[in-house]
Design a protein around this ligand. Structure first.
Ligand SMILES: [Zn+2]
Length: 94
């Protein structure tokens, strides 16, 4: 039911996104991506790394397994999955 879906949506933390210097996509979309800074970089609950081009994809809401994300820099469609260590990662949808 849509009521249940609304409840799930409301329980998610939402994020205000700001540009972080990523400039490989049109300006309108830049805030949805950032560069992965390598060892020591920590992903927020609304972020997942693109396994293809290693760019960090950012969402306006907390990500959950099953969410679909799109990487504009490499044009890959992905689904968010739970990794063995409990963190979230993206799997490319072919
Ligand atoms: Zn990518």
């Amino acid at each position: 039911m849509s009521d249940a879906r609304d409840a799930v949506a409301k329980n998610r933390h939402t994020y205000e996104l700001e540009e972080t210097g990523f400039n490989e996509v049109p300006k309108k979309w830049r805030k949805f991506y950032r560069y992965w800074e390598g060892v020591g970089d920590v992903l927020a609950p609304n972020e997942v790394v693109c396994p293809v081009c290693k760019v960090v994809i950012r969402s306006k809401r907390e990500l959950r397994p099953g969410d679909k994300v799109y990487c504009m820099p490499c044009m890959s469609r992905m689904v968010v999955v739970k990794a063995a260590d409990g963190s979230l990662e993206a799997e490319v949808i072919f």
